[in-house]
Write a protein that binds this ligand. Structure first.
Ligand code: SAM
Length: 464
């Protein structure tokens, strides 16, 4: 490991007038001397998730010599699919206990499955048992179908019946919780594959074949729609399960001997508590308690994008099949930082000149957009205060943030967030800039939030 790498980067950054340093995280990680470095990142791809962070960012940052001296708890308050949580656990230099907070139950489920070891050699036996139930004649599927009046807009009747049977089969088996969650995750992973939704657009939109006429995607999409009519559901599910097992096996080998563990502790980053994660991403809040001040050593997170990523809406079909009602899904959307559809409310000054000016400027053109911008920063201020409370003195906070357009103009989201963080008692050490190649972005097209093409990795330290 090279020594004082962070110190050197910080020096370059300060000497160059705080201009973000263009950085290739994969190259930088690959050039580290040392033992047992792995370039495998397959374990992160057991289920689709929008806006995932590039795994080499946490892999490299957590390998910096300065961070190696810290081996306490890492917290990711916007854990998504758990990329950072898992990378903290398997870092080749220091393995850290990691805690995650995430509003989207699908994200909580993916994170949990990724960081929780179970005996995958028993999966073929489990599949046999499931298969027996799935193919038994006497299942009344009715009560396993989501209560949603538009369900047949998204699925054929045949797919609905088969999914309901599979849901019944998983639910009725008495596997231990961790194994069941692995099967729920694989179940969730095939929902879109047997639906009529356009596979190229993350938030569900009914696939319109005409749109793809004369494009190379046409034949593949035609097949997709054909398959959605009468899917061979068991085969698709079995393939998903076995492929997920394969992806997880390598990482489980490391986790099995690990002295530290990862877990999801809560759902909302604006008020951080500790509850207990049950099955299917549900959090038991009955005995929850506020997370004490000064209780974590590193905060590492990629916060939601401002109005560009529709995390809950993207997971809608999966959430429905996992048992969440439309009402609950709408509630989750409202609690999400970066939500777009905000009901009328007063706009007050936030006390940050640049942000207040941006809100005011946006207000001239669109009240709806101005509200979204206002609430994004209002929520982020709340979260950053909460993070300041729970981080130990001298602890590091790493934020990975993109930029986006609001009504056609780039707004420098990362700089605006950096202003908040430094104002709340952190020292800005360095800012690195990574160009997003082909990550699972939601808005590859120029959508309402604009195309996000750069990510800024900002490292701060809490001043004690
Ligand atoms: C950029 S994504 C994180 C992606 C993650 N780093 C990964 O690799 O999968 C931001 C996440 O913040 C979550 N989120 C939004 N509002 C939240 C809130 N109030 N509390 C906790 N999580 C929230 C979103 O659901 C989304 O999963």
């Amino acid at each position: 490991m090279k020594s004082k790498e962070l110190y050197k980067l910080a020096k370059i950054y300060q000497n160059n007038g705080r201009e973000p340093i263009i950085f290739d995280f994969k190259d930088a990680y690959s050039s580290l001397e040392d033992v047992n470095r792995s370039n495998n990142i397959n374990h992160h791809y057991i289920h689709f998730y929008p806006g995932r962070i590039y795994p080499y960012i946490p892999r490299y940052i957590l390998s910096l010599s300065e961070l190696q001296t810290i081996n306490g708890v890492l917290l990711d308050p916007f854990a998504g699919s758990g990329t950072i949580l898992l990378e903290a656990l398997i870092n080749p230099y220091v393995q850290r206990e990691s805690w995650g907070i995430e509003i989207n139950p699908i994200g909580r489920l993916i994170s949990k499955v990724k960081v929780t070891v179970f005996d995958t050699s028993l999966v073929p036996d489990y599949l046999r048992e499931l298969n027996k139930i799935y193919h038994s004649k006497s299942i009344n599927t009715e009560e396993f179908i989501p209560i949603y009046d538009k369900i047949d807009m998204w699925f054929s009747q045949d797919a609905i019946n088969k999914l309901a049977k599979l849901k019944y089969a998983i639910q009725s088996l008495e596997f231990e919780n961790d194994v069941k969650d692995f099967f729920w995750l694989s179940f969730s992973g095939i929902i879109r594959k047997v639906s009529k939704a356009d596979p190229y657009i993350p938030p569900p939109v009914v696939l319109k074949l005409e749109k793809y006429k004369n494009t190379p995607k046409f034949n593949k999409l035609k097949e997709h729609l054909e398959r959605a009519k009468t899917p061979n559901l068991w085969k698709i599910f079995e393939e998903e399960v076995l492929s997920n097992c394969k992806k997880l096996n390598a990482v489980f080998k490391i986790l099995r001997d690990n002295p530290v563990e990862g877990k999801i502790i809560w759902d909302d980053a604006r008020k951080i508590k500790k509850g207990i994660l049950l099955q299917r991403g549900v959090i038991d809040k009955s005995n929850s308690c506020i997370l004490p001040s000064d209780s974590v050593d590193i905060i590492f997170t990629s916060p939601p994008y401002l109005t560009a990523q529709k995390y809950i809406r993207t997971s809608k079909l999966e959430l429905l099949w996992l048992g969440y009602s439309i009402k609950e899904i709408n509630e989750l959307e409202k609690k999400s930082v970066g939500a777009e559809r905000i009901k009328v409310s007063d706009i007050e000054k936030l006390g940050y000149k640049n942000i207040d000016e941006l809100v005011e400027k946006t207000l001239y053109k669109s009240r709806e957009r101005a509200l979204a911008v206002y609430f994004y920063f209002k929520n982020m201020i709340e979260v950053i205060r909460e993070l300041n409370r729970i981080l130990k003195n001298q602890g590091y906070m790493i934020l990975v943030v993109g930029d986006n357009k609001v009504l056609g103009e780039w707004i420098g989201t990362y700089r605006l967030l950096a202003d908040i963080v430094t104002n709340e008692g952190f020292r800005e050490l360095v800012m690195l800039k990574d160009t997003i190649k082909s990550r699972s972005m939601l808005t590859r097209r120029n959508g309402s939030g604009g195309l996000i093409k750069e990510e800024y990795v900002m490292i701060f330290q809490k001043e004690g």
